[in-house]
Design a binder for this molecule. Structure first.
Ligand code: FES
Length: 124
């Protein structure tokens, strides 16, 4: 079997209410992953496109977060409403959605403006 063309990891991590880092699935509904699975099935993209639940991707302040490999794209602030567009534009069309992409300078950067804003260090 060929490798996945797109392996989508959807953070489903939960943390207690009020946690300073927040989390990607505070209600624990798994709704985002279910939306990806449904859209992949509807478009008959399996098995080469796959959506898996993941633990924390360490981009909590940008969440809800997904990672797409092997493209190594990180999208943040993803909602269920974004899923058809991600599949259409990024997975099928090969286009990066810049409004969702977590900037390179923000990935794993505790000094990024979004992380500092979440900590209340200054308004975003
Ligand atoms: S809780 Fe989702 S990236 Fe950390």
């Amino acid at each position: 079997m060929p490798a996945f063309t797109h392996h989508i990891f959807i953070c489903a991590n939960t943390r207690p209410p009020g946690h300073p880092r927040g989390c990607c699935d505070p209600e624990g509904t798994d709704a985002l992953r279910e939306a990806f699975k449904s859209e992949i099935k509807r478009r008959k993209l399996g098995p080469l496109v796959r959506a898996n639940k993941s633990g924390c991707l360490e981009q909590c302040e940008h969440g809800p977060t997904i990672a797409i490999y092997p493209q190594a794209l990180f999208y943040g602030g993803v909602t269920v409403a974004d899923v058809p567009r991600i599949i259409e534009e990024t997975v099928i069309g090969g286009r990066v959605l810049h409004d969702l992409r977590i900037a390179e300078e923000c990935l794993n950067n505790p000094g990024c403006p979004h992380v500092r804003a979440r900590r209340g260090e200054f308004p975003s």
